[in-house]
Design a protein. Sequence first.
Length: 406
Amino acid sequence: MVFLHISDLHLGKTLQNKSLIEEQREWSRRFLDLVRREQPDAIVIAGDVYDRAAPSGEAVELLDRFLTDLLDADGKPAVMVVAGNHDSGQRLAFGSGILSRQRLYIAGRTERDIMRVELSDDKGPVSFWLMPYTFPAAIGQALGVEEVPRNYTDAVKLYLGAQNIDRTGRNVLVAHQSVTSDGKEAEQGGSETMIGGVGGIDVSAFDDFDYVALGHIHKGQHIGRETVRYAGSPLCYHFDETRWPRKGALRVELGEKGQVDVRLVEIPPPHPLRVVEGAYDDIVRDETASPVRGEYVKVVLTDRRMEPTISDALHALFSMKDSLVLETLSAFGRMTEGSAAASGSSTRERTLAEKFSDFWRARHAGADPDDKTLALIELAAGQVESGSGAVDDDAQALVTLAGKED
Ligand SMILES: [Mn+2]
């Protein structure tokens, strides 16, 4: 049994106000070529299909085309999708009952019974469990339990424990969550809009599954064991993410129970992202000499301030190479004036309330939260920090909201 695992497509995403839809359209063609080559039994999409809960018309159209082409590909693979925190589960699951007859399985909401899709090969059946993005309150509601653990690990253990899973058979879980191992979170790629330290599920909750196909973190990696994996986003969606340029689909082969072989099949981006940093004259010299073309570039000047004439010259320089400058900035002032304190306030050292506030600002064009919001933020942060993950409903609602697109 072979399946391809991808996640975090974020269809409709923009980067520095540039629509990436053409980029995503070309990527989907490249992925389809891979599907035609590999002829997998299934394709698994582990959430954040869209970039926002109310996706643009062209994003919906692209997904429609993409899924149709996948289902039509030689070998007629089954296609399984779970909603991520960026998706609206209800909207994504529109028509899912009808679509399942075409072997397109979409799990949008946390239900009492996790959607199970059974496929088989010469070694017997494989159960795929499609668990959309979830959280303790949703699990409590689905199970009809009033006293659901506030702690994500315990809540998810309770939820999985309530499913009718044959542990002697082969099982694959598809999920969109933050998974931790020994209390450590997976390393973020850079384009996630999530708050660290919230909603982590210990990897031990997934011991019953031969493979766990995860979405949520945009840097592809395994967490805990080799067979609990984030596929990562298909493209770099932030210049920070260019630290991890190897992107693609995970090809997973299941043999007998417990035998799992995973490898990354790289899919090159149509326009690679690159950060170009240096003195102006050096950049002009090097880029004029370099044969590399067709990139999306961020330029960081180290020897002078960014002025309109310089910015224009940089745009012109890169456009001659069919490249596009998406962002220009100067590190010159920062480096000369920069004190250790100013540059040393990394995410790790900030309090949870500050991180919530940063997140708010990032979502509201840099505006500061008003007093009421600030009070809610401090309430939520305080409750998250006050040990044992005890969060009351207001704070829980905020944490959930924070993980959603507005
Ligand atoms: Mn995502």
